[in-house]
Design a protein around this ligand. Structure first.
Ligand code: SAM
Ligand code: SF4
Length: 326
């Protein structure tokens, strides 16, 4: 078991397959000329499998593949096939742009649940946020996933004045569709133009939904990042990931591996442990993993004030989101 100093048992590993992406979401990627990590510095297929197996032996029951955009990696299909053989719940977070190239593979794989990021239902706003024109393709791919029996969660980063007016359009979508929409509070990372006044909080999201709908609380699992709700009569549901206004670190069971093989014990941790380097040198990985988890802070990487409005993003030490793996 991988347990930290606050008795949190870590059973969930998020593996970033690449820091490359075919979209350019401004809140995730610092700038257009961003230099992606060369392939030789990334974990290779066999290295990903070896590292994943160690975590599984130590009690990990869930692995999420993320990035960057995991599906732009050339051997993403092989990685999914190999990890499908492990006794874990395998899931994927994707921007949805290339899912149509993976229809057969996804059906064959052990993946049954996919998170797709879509911050807007308007093609023009999509272009503004992602700097690419892929709205129609993403939307079609989401419909394919639903029609083919996948559990689909839609990740929506809510930013004040940009897409908060669309919150109830997403709730409308849950009326006849079995999706779970997850509204995510805008988080600060290196170079992403975060300021506290752009955060549209959990409470503001609930207030907005209640302008139009009656909502019911749905029970949360202790390790959930989202607080779950439903609108009576709707086939789908929604949740809010309130990282900034009401962090959920007490039940955290998550660890991360960046695409270049660094372990992070928290999304906001300034520290990293080089597991890939150690694997290549034949060093003992388990002691490094335990040390990394032993250093996990009680909350938010130990570098955020309780009130996010007091946070000065430029004082935080962290990578950009795209290089961590969301
Ligand atoms: N490319 C894939 C995608 O977009 O789903 C996976 C990687 S992306 C970094 C993972 C998730 O992080 C996405 O849902 C994205 O919206 C979210 N994300 C990125 N930057 C964020 C930020 N600054 N605040 C909140 N969520 C963010
Ligand atoms: Fe790419 Fe996902 Fe980041 Fe957007 S959020 S730039 S799709 S990695």
């Amino acid at each position: 078991m991988i347990v930290d100093n606050f008795d949190r048992v870590h059973t969930y590993l998020r593996i970033s397959l690449t820091d490359n992406c075919n979209l350019r979401c401004f809140y995730c990627m610092p700038e257009e000329e961003y230099a992606f990590t060369p392939s030789s510095k990334l974990m290779q297929l066999d290295e990903i499998v070896k590292l994943a197996k160690i975590f599984v032996q130590e009690g990990v029951t869930k692995i999420r593949l993320t990035g960057g955009e995991p599906l732009v990696r050339k051997d993403a299909g092989n990685i999914i096939e190999e990890l499908s053989k492990l006794p874990v719940s395998l899931t994927l977070t994707s921007n949805g742009t290339t899912i149509h190239h993976y229809f057969d593979l996804l059906k064959r794989s052990s993946i049954r649940s996919v998170n797709i990021s879509l911050d807007t239902l308007q093609a023009e706003t999509f272009q503004h946020i992602t700097r690419r024109d892929s709205f129609a393709q993403v939307y079609q791919n989401i419909l394919w996933l639903i029609d083919n029996g996948f559990e689909v969660k839609i990740n929506v980063v809510v930013m004040k004045g940009l897409n908060d007016a669309e919150i109830n359009d997403f709730i409308d979508w849950t009326k006849e569709t079995t999706i779970e929409v997850r509204f995510i509070e805008f988080m600060p990372f290196e170079g992403n133009q975060w300021t506290s006044n752009k955060v549209f909080t959990w409470q503001q999201i609930l207030d907005r939904v209640q302008e139009k709908y009656v909502i019911e609380k749905v029970m949360d699992h202790p390790n959930d990042t989202a607080k779950h709700y439903s609108v009576p009569g709707h086939k789908g549901s929604f949740g809010v990931i309130s990282t900034m206004s009401a962090p959920f670190c007490g039940g955290c069971n998550r660890m991360r591996l960046t695409a270049d093989g660094k372990m992070k014990n928290c999304l906001f941790s300034p520290h990293e442990t080089d597991l890939l380097g150690a694997l290549r040198k034949g060093e003992d990985l388990l002691s490094l993993i335990r040390k990394c988890i032993g250093e996990k802070a009680k909350g938010l990487g130990g570098q955020m004030p309780e009130d996010f409005e007091q946070l000065h993003a430029e004082e935080m030490h962290n990578r950009s989101m795209i290089t961590i793996g969301g």
